[in-house]
Write a protein that binds this ligand. Sequence first.
Ligand SMILES: [Zn+2]
Length: 621
Amino acid sequence: MNFTRLSLVALILFSMESCQPEKNESTPVAMPKDPHSYSIPTDARVTHLSWKADIHVDTKTIDAVATWNIEKSEGADLLTLDIKGLTIKEVFLDNNQKTEFRLSEKDPILGQALAILIKPETKRVAVHYSVPADAEAIQWLSPQQTAGKKYPFMFTQSQAILARTWVPCQDSPSIRFTYDADVKVPNTLLAMMSASNPQEKNEKGEYHFEMKQPIASYLLALTVGDVAFKPISDRAGIYAEPSVVEKAAWEFADLEKMIAGAESLYGKYQWERYDLIVLPPSFPFGGMENPRLTFATPTILAGDRSLTSLVAHELAHSWSGNLVTNATWDDFWLNEGFTVYFEHRIMEKLYGHDYSEMQATLALQDLKETIADLKGDNLSKDTKLKLDLVGRNPDDGVTDIAYNKGYFFLRLIEEQYGREKFDAFLNNYFHDNAFKSLDTDGFIKYIKDYYQTKNNISLSDSLFNEWIFSEDLPASCPQPVSTLLEKVDAALSQWKADGRFNPTAAAQWSTHEWLHFIKNLPDALSAEQMAALDAFGKFTESGNAEILCAWFVHVIKHNYKKAYPRMEEFLINTGRRKFLSPLYGELVKTPEGKQYAKDIYAKARPNYHFVATNTFDKLLN
Ligand SMILES: [Zn+2]
């Protein structure tokens, strides 16, 4: 694409010259820092959104008005927003004065700039628009795709740059705004947003929302469905389809303990309520930290509370990510590395050091695999914490690097200079940077200043260069020790030596120990061994998505046909990309496997969200 913001501004100013004779030709145009947004916040930036929307579940479309309060620099005559796929009908300033707007050429990743002519006195800009049925952020589910099978369902997934596909906005994590919304839905359904939420349906199907704390656009979220609510505590509760809500509330019974534990570590929870909604299985991620209302996959309903670390993770984002936000997607590790560190600390506090070390050990294994895979795919540069995603989809940065390399880097600083100092640092970091965005350089400056001033410790540049700006995993990486997993290793060694399983030891295993067992099975397994393993662990019949996914990798490698029908059912009904990637990735390694993968994908694709199909269309075409 040869479109630039400057050329757009030039084009628009030129074409609108007659409307604004007072325009100052020498007004400098600052280039924004975020490569994934067309907005020019130094000229005009949004501060508050009033969103009015009619949700048409029958046609899978939305008619809406987004009214933005703005702040502008003197002489600025354009408000620039990001859009993708929206039909812009009309734009008004303040008291219904119609104004002109222009759209840039379409970019396949970024969409279009929507440049709106504003006046010196402009305070509010109202964009009337509609959202098409194929908006990339939104997934519309038929009744068949829900647990209840009676009503349709919809949800949005805005991160990283998909908010612009349902709300014209300055779609950069460096820009924050508050919002209110009035949303109309069929009265059989409940609407919920990343804001203050209703707990029951009303007869009109009209809901009002307020988000008084400023958020970035990627945290805009909406979901509509036949949903019930069950409280866990005064400030926390669970939303899910009526047939799922009891099971979900049981699974997340420790939610209030997690919030209190998190607060005791790093300060007060700043968003008033913390609720969680369990979505239908096509939700593409494990969880999404939409403020006040985490969106979660039902694949964490293991029936034994063993996968709730995901909730600790999404909760931790209420500090790292939602409160202190990465300024661009190149700084994504600031969101995720801090969150994984915080998640491990919550888990340690609630369930003990052995438990969190087990998770850290598994995280290190995953990280090493990811680094090997990225190098194998000629993407070594993506093993740096500080990414360079210019011209690429920021979704490419969602790998274990941001999460687990980020975690081990922070853990290294904790181990080198002591936990007490690190906790004090984190408390200050969240306090001083609350409701702000930070880039990697800003983080480095902050932590160096902090350690110098408070502890008289000088953190060396080589530490940051080695971990943030260099490829691969540094030799200084902390090494977690897990006594629980050592017992699993012993059981594996025994089985390798004499073919005998130890059911007594395994009776105590949690999901994580089973995963370690499955992932560390030998590369070569005979048909008899596969059958014996399946009889021992009852993997094929498991209801636990983590175990199924790890097991199916072996099923594909060793052509264990008995498990194929279950695997096919799993792939068709689960939309979580974390599970789909290893399975489709393993299947395409052989010609027969690839054909089989394509056959399954043809059936499964309607059940997947855009962020999943965007990944697998490339792999399976
Ligand atoms: Zn996260």
